[in-house]
Design a protein around this ligand. Structure first.
Ligand code: NI
Length: 162
């Protein structure tokens, strides 16, 4: 079982490297990531969050098929943005509204290394953008104003000490 890395770990602040090998080891890692995500009741999990500095993530939203994205490129986002409350398995207990594009077009590779293009809106678009941020070393709290980010993280640290 994979452990989820928490905020403060270097790997969460680094840009991940392209995924080059689509092999059996990857399939096993993906399976473990889906397990870890289900255990922690998440809907998305990026490789850096389990200590792997590669560009891939998994998504599992109720009512939708489980999804895998490797080396994603966001090729289009809508100008229209929506505010929605987000959390992250790497910052447990912290939630805040984040503004993101309502629609996204993403190009990526599946677990066999085959390319695909997906257009998404609603929660799926949001999760794709959140997880893609992880591959660039960006957490959702980094998209908040400095004061709000500092306040939420101070609360988080205080809770850790109790
Ligand atoms: Ni996250």
């Amino acid at each position: 079982m994979l452990d989820v890395v928490r905020i403060g770990a270097d790997i969460l602040a680094r840009k991940a490297e392209p995924l080059l090998e689509f092999n059996d080891a990857l399939k096993e890692t993906i399976a473990h990531m889906f397990e870890a995500m289900a255990r922690d009741r998440g809907i998305g999990l990026a490789a850096p969050q389990v200590g792997i500095g590669s560009r891939f993530f998994v998504v599992s939203i109720d009512g939708d098929q489980p999804r895998f994205f490797a080396n994603p490129e966001i090729v289009m986002t809508s100008e229209e943005q929506v505010d929605y409350e987000e959390g992250c398995l790497s910052i447990p207990g912290v939630y805040a509204k984040v503004k993101r594009s309502a629609f996204v077009k993403v190009q990526a590779y599946n677990e066999r290394g085959r390319p695909f293009v997906l257009e998404a809106d609603g929660l799926l678009a949001r999760v794709i953008l959140h997880e893609n941020d992880h591959l660039n070393g960006v957490l959702f709290v980094d998209r908040l104003g400095d004061a709000k980010r500092a306040r939420l993280l101070a609360e988080y640290e205080r809770r850790l000490r109790i």
